[in-house]
Structures are given as C-alpha cells and as structure tokens.
Design a protein around this ligand. Sequence first.
Ligand SMILES: *Cc1c(COP(=O)(O)O)cnc(C)c1O
Length: 371
Amino acid sequence: MSKETHRSVSIAAPSLDDREIERVSSVLESGRLAAGETVQAFEESFAAYCETDHAVATTNGTAALHTALEAAGVGPGDTVVTTPFSFVASANAIRLAGAEPVFADIDHETYSLDPHAVEATIRERDGDVDALLVVHLYGLPAAMAHLREIATRYDLEVIEDACQAHGARFDGKPVGALGTVGCFSFYPTKNMTTAEGGMVVTDDEEIAERARRFIDHGRTGSYEHANLGHNYRMTNVAAAIGEIQLGKLPEFNETRRANARRLTERLEGLPVELPVEPPGRRHVYNQFTIRTQRRDELREYLSEQGIDSAIYYPEPIHRQPAYDHVSTNAPVAERTAREVLSLPVHPGLSEADVDAVGRAVRSAFEVTGDG
Ligand SMILES: *Cc1c(COP(=O)(O)O)cnc(C)c1O
C-alpha cells in the first residue's frame, strides 16, 4: 500500500460501542440524570479497581484535584511542591485551593519529578512546605518510593495526579493509592472516559467525607451546609459511561502496552529517545512520547504522511503568563518542552496503523540522512 492511500492515524480516539450507548439510554429512560445510584455504583467499582476504601466522583479531573487538596487540608498559606512539566490543571488546582505552587525540576528520562530536585527545593525553603503534588505523566508512575520517603521525612501530604495513569502500578500497587489522596480524569483522551469526569480516591475516611461535602456545597443535611463548597458532582449519565469503560480498562491498557512494544521495536536504532519503564513501574501509555532535537521537523514530516502527533507540553507551566510570579529554576523541564513528541498509541489503532507510524518516523530520519 502506498503512503498516500493509508488513512490518517489519529493521536487519540475514545473507544465506545453499543454497551455504553445501552447503559446511557437506560439512565436517560429512568429520568434520574444527576448524581444518584449509578454514580454510587461507579464510585464503588472504581475504589475496588484502585484498591482504596473510598472514591468520590467529580465533574472533571481539575475538580478532583481541587477537591483532593481541600480535603487533605491544603489551603491559604500553604506551599505545595509540584512539577512544572504537566497540564496546567495540576498547578491551577493548587492555586484554586488558595495555596502556592513551587516547581521542582523533572527527571530527563521519566518526565516526572526528580526526587533530588524536590529535596533541594524543600531545603531551599528551610522545610517550609506542606504537600507534594506528584503527576504520573504519560501513564508512567513517578519515582514514588523515593518521593514518599521525602514526604515522610518532611511531613508532607502526597496528592497524586493520576489523570493520565488509570491502571498504572508502582511495586504492584495501583497509582492513586500510593499517597494521601489520588485524582483521576475521564476526559476523552485519557485511558478511559466519561466524556467529562473525575474521581478522588483515598483510604482516609475523613478525607473522603470532606471531599464528599466539598463537591456538594458543604452539604451535611438536606438544607444544612457545614462549610463552603462547589457543585462538582458527576452525573448518572457520565457514570453510566464510566461503569462500562472501567470494565474495558484492563484490555485498553493491555492494547496500549502492546502498541507501545510494537512501536518501540519499529523505532529501535533511530536517533530518538524512546519511553522507558523502570523496574517496578507499570506504564499504561496514555502517551507514547519520544524526544529528539529535531522535533519540529519530525512533526511536520509526520503530518505530511497523515500521521497525527502532539506536543505535551510545548511550554512548562512556569513559562505560562499565568505563572509569571512564580520564580523557578527547571532547565530539564525547559529542554524537555522543546524536544518531546507524542505518537499515536491508543487502543483504537490496528497493528497496520502502528507499523505506519513506525515506518513514517523511520523514513523521516532516512530522508534527512540521519537514520
Ligand atoms: C487531563 C489532566 C488533568 C485535568 O483533567 P480534566 O478532566 O481535563 O479537568 C489534570 N492533570 C493532568 C496531568 C491531566 O492530564
């Protein structure tokens, strides 16, 4: 088949079938659209999947992060160390909770917080830090053993942003269950979707209770409100999609991993850095991200070949105008933002699609005489 006749390969596509449609239809027919027993059932299944005692469903991942921080007692006057190399929501949630983010640099190979940089950042502030917000970027768990050890030493709450890592594991334990409280997003580009949606998971009953109140205007009785809160409640319609998607998640992740293995084989030997999976960490490849100094050229070439790619993220968060006031030293994050390119890896791809991606990347380097 010539390149011209191969259909274009997309960077992300939600995988839905009749089962989601049937479950959503039955919720619509029931007339009980807002939060109710479908949400509760989804929460219970999700908590079981994450091996946590509690789960609280929210409107989206950003709301989940905001809720988790509030529920963990992070607020005005508090400082939270986090990564500058993530979707802006990770840091925005800290500010929405009234606290201040401080950025520590990332590790070149795994793209998540470098524990040595975290410790240096905490020391610079004489230990005056209250929490650590860890992001498991692209679906790969961060260096949790070392990060947790630092958190214990400095008495920090650990909030996990697992919005890209549903089903990833560290030393056999699911992400989301590795810190004080964990957060997920169900946006359509994630490993599973509810259209828009999010989840807070924790083993701490008090945090779960506070989260449940925070997403419902601080409600403690029918018209009794103990504290300030939001309307961050998930709908039964979204939860209906979520229940079916959660059942499919193990298979989705296996397919992502198989696609990643296949793509890795196709790209071996090229002058690009490929994704790593350090011992003890199970990657679920929300993104398959490579790095090369010729990123922009490669992206343009792939686009001509009908291969979608994406840059997550073209600017670190501290370089965004909204973060002008946060002074940061993160040279690794800055270089990474110039070099990363994410290639299609989602479970909707056929083996032929994965091969087409591999072939296109390979020919990009051959065309430029560098393969
Ligand atoms: C998607 C995402 C979020 C936010 O989730 P939304 O559901 O879009 O609000 C937060 N953090 C990371 C790392 C994400 O990828």
